[in-house]
Design a protein around this ligand. Structure first.
Ligand SMILES: *[C@@H]1O[C@H](CO)[C@@H](O)[C@H](O)[C@H]1NC(C)=O
Ligand SMILES: *[C@@H]1O[C@H](CO)[C@@H](O)[C@H](O)[C@H]1NC(C)=O
Ligand SMILES: *[C@@H]1O[C@H](CO)[C@@H](O)[C@H](O)[C@H]1NC(C)=O
Ligand SMILES: *[C@@H]1O[C@H](CO)[C@@H](O)[C@H](O)[C@H]1NC(C)=O
Ligand SMILES: *[C@@H]1O[C@H](CO)[C@@H](O)[C@H](O)[C@H]1NC(C)=O
Ligand SMILES: *[C@@H]1O[C@H](CO)[C@@H](O)[C@H](O)[C@H]1NC(C)=O
Length: 620
């Protein structure tokens, strides 16, 4: 302390001397020295005397914010030292020579931002003082942006807070600027406002908070906002950008759209239809559905989706989706037309079934009412037989009979079809298949099958009349709607005549099978060439005897034969079919006339088994 007082006194004295002596000192210093916090700072003080000083000292001072100055180091020609008890005592070094001195602040603190004075005293050689401003820098942390989470409504008439941004711990004070899609947002009255809050911490750091207030529009829903912090560094200005954020913009619904989600393509009866409604507002408002003709009836829907199950043609029409915008209180409506196509059951004329006579013609029609163009195909026995809604049946035969199915389909709508059918019956006299009479030969004792198959409507009845054997029976009788097949099996005992009668209301057809019985022993004996004349003579003798016997037998029998033959004929007629009234009359007449004789003959021919001639009615 004593020393310090001495120097002060000396300084005063030197100054006084200098005032009178015209010698002077030039001092050169940087105006500003810029360093990052924590780095060392070198402050140079260069000086030169116009006259060589006999004695000289260099002192460094600092100036505090309260205006007071304090010396922090001292040097003269003999000593050099850092002043004790100051803020800088342990943090500075000084080094110098005859015309310069360097003060080094080892670790710069924010509080070191101040002026440093270098005072040079050379007594008579002159005095001087210059200063350097020490500027300290510390970049802030990266800016942190925080958008407003809740949706922002465009209907608000005031500026809305969009986001806030914070840049912490910077020195000197950083600035925050706002960007929308890379375009800077310059505050404009009534549209953009930026509220900035700067806090200085005790440590000297600045923290800057900025809030963007903005007049939001619908276009901002896709905009990206960001903030940038700009700060000084030694010799430069740097910036650091925040993340981009988006914001939720709420805007009213001005338009709603309706569309059919399902099914794709045309809609037909029975389909499930799904209709969706979407508006251009955010957030999506609740939607209600109704039909145009019944605006007061609200249809059941969920989240803008209307589902109609198993639609019918009555569901065709205009559907509406509406929503009430709460801001504007306006009803917004969307429309959609739904067409449900239909195809009614096919109607066939004639209905159900129709009876035709053989040779007749008929036109059948098949129609199904539809909202679309249809095409008709006719089938019989699963085979396509015609196209178009009319079917011409000409010159009917038994083959014409059957089930006719018409299929009406809609070419433009796959799977949409309906069918109808008509049953055609062809009425006619029985027709026997392979009706030509059959003549055949068969070995005696063999069993033979005879078949008789007839078509006709009403279905014919087959009756067999079999002469020449008793051993026969029917083994098969198969009927369809318009046909009948009968199979009899019989034993060939003698020549046989089997008559198959096919009868219905319209008439009768017969087929006769004649079977010639052949002897069990083959008449053609096998001769051996070398058996000799003896055998020939024996045969001739036997033949002569046989001829003689035959002649005698003929002569003996001659008077009796004609009566037996006629009797047999009448018996057959007695058993003629009862179906034919005309014939029956005749038969009855014959019976009346010949009853006695028939009875007699029966007795006479008792050994001839009259039951042979019975007829069997095969009607079912
Ligand atoms: C001015 O401030 C310094 C350091 O902060 C202090 O040492 C000094 O006593 C103050 N002077 C006055 C007059 O308050
Ligand atoms: C911050 O803004 C002020 C006022 O506009 C300006 O003077 C200063 O240079 C800016 N600082 C930075 C680091 O950009
Ligand atoms: C906003 O950003 C988030 C995340 O980046 C994204 O999932 C969302 O879709 C964005 N919203 C809009 C409206 O762009
Ligand atoms: C239906 O058919 C008629 C006549 O062939 C034709 O003029 C019309 O365009 C068709 N309609 C449709 C919807 O195909
Ligand atoms: C006759 O028909 C019956 C029954 O169909 C059959 O069992 C038999 O083998 C047939 N006989 C002849 C000789 O065809
Ligand atoms: C079979 O038909 C013929 C010809 O119509 C008739 O003469 C005969 O009596 C019929 N026989 C039977 C058994 O119906």
């Amino acid at each position: 302390m004593a020393c310090r007082k001495d120097t002060l006194l000396l300084v005063a004295l030197l100054s006084f001397v200098t005032f009178y002596v015209r010698a002077k000192v030039d001092i050169d210093m940087d105006d500003t020295v810029s360093v990052y916090r924590g780095d060392p700072a070198e402050l140079h003080c260069r000086y030169s005397f116009s006259e060589e000083p006999s004695m000289m000292m260099v002192q460094w001072f600092v100036k505090y914010p309260n205006g007071s100055r304090e010396r922090i180091s001292y040097r003269d020609l003999t000593i050099e030292r850092v002043d004790e008890g100051t803020d800088y005592t342990d943090r500075i070094t000084v080094a110098g020579d005859s015309n310069s001195e360097t003060l080094t602040v080892l670790t710069v603190k924010l509080s070191d931002e101040r002026e440093f004075f270098c005072q040079v005293n050379g007594m008579a050689a002159g005095n001087g003082e210059r200063k350097t401003h020490l500027a300290v820098f510390d970049p802030p942390e990266a800016p942190v942006i925080e958008g407003v989470h809740s949706g922002i409504s465009v209907s608000s008439h005031l500026l809305s807070k969009i986001a806030s941004c914070e840049a912490r711990k910077g020195y000197p004070r950083p600035n925050i600027t706002w960007y929308r899609d890379e375009t800077p947002l310059i505050p404009i009255n009534g549209e953009i406002n930026v509220v900035t809050l700067v806090t200085r911490e005790a440590s000297g750091f600045y923290t800057v908070q900025s809030e963007l207030q903005y007049k939001i529009t619908k276009e901002d829903k896709d905009a990206l906002f960001s903030c940038k912090v700009s700060y000084f560094v030694p010799g430069d200005v740097r910036t650091s950008a925040s993340q981009d954020i988006n914001i939720t913009v709420h805007y009213p619904t001005t338009n709603v759209e309706l569309w059919r989600e399902l099914p794709k393509g045309l809609v037909k009866e029975g389909d499930t239809v799904e209709i969706r409604c979407q508006g251009d507002g955010n957030p999506p408002p609740p939607y209600t559905f109704n039909r145009e003709q019944q605006p007061e009836i609200e249809l059941d829907s969920t989240n803008g989706q209307l589902v109609l199950h198993e639609v019918t043609r009555r569901d065709s029409g205009v559907y509406q989706c509406r929503t009430l915008d709460l801001d504007t209180e306006e009803d917004v409506v969307g429309n959609m037309h739904l067409t449900v196509h239909y195809l009614d059951p096919a109607v066939v004329v004639p209905k159900d079934s129709e009876v035709m006579s053989k040779g007749e013609s008929l036109t059948a029609t098949c129609n199904a009412l539809s909202s679309l163009n249809t095409s008709t195909v006719w089938f019989k026995d699963d085979r396509e037989i015609g196209r178009g809604h009319m079917l011409f049946l000409e010159d009917a035969t038994f083959d014409t009979a059957g089930e006719y199915v018409c299929e009406v389909s809609v070419p433009t709508l796959a799977g949409f079809q309906s069918t109808g059918s008509v049953h055609i019956i062809v009425q006619g006299v029985p027709k026997i298949k392979d009706a030509e009479n059959v003549d055949m030969e068969e070995r005696a004792g063999k069993w033979v099958n005879l078949s008789c198959e007839a078509r006709g409507y009403p279905r014919p009845i087959i009756a067999w009349s079999i002469y020449g054997t008793q051993s026969w029976r029917e083994v098969l009788n198969r009927v369809t709607e318009d046909s009948v097949q009968s199979l009899v099996t019989l034993k060939v005992t003698s020549d046989i005549t089997a008559i198959c009668n096919a009868t219905n209301d319209m008439g009768v057809e017969t087929k006769t099978h004649s079977i010639k019985s052949m002897s069990m022993v083959t008449p053609a004996a096998k001769f051996q060439e070398g058996s000799g004349i003896i055998i020939v003579i024996i045969i001739i003798c036997i033949l002569l005897l046989a001829i003689l016997g035959s002649v005698l037998y003929f002569l003996y029998k001659k008077g009796k034969l004609p009566c037996g033959r006629s009797g047999k004929q009448e018996i057959i007629n007695v058993y003629s079919t009862a179906e034919k009234p005309n014939k029956e009359d005749i038969v009855v007449e014959m019976k009346a006339e010949k009853t006695e004789e028939a009875v007699l003959l029966k007795g006479v021919n008792g050994d001839k088994k009259p039951m042979n001639d019975q007829y069997i009615d095969l009607r079912k």
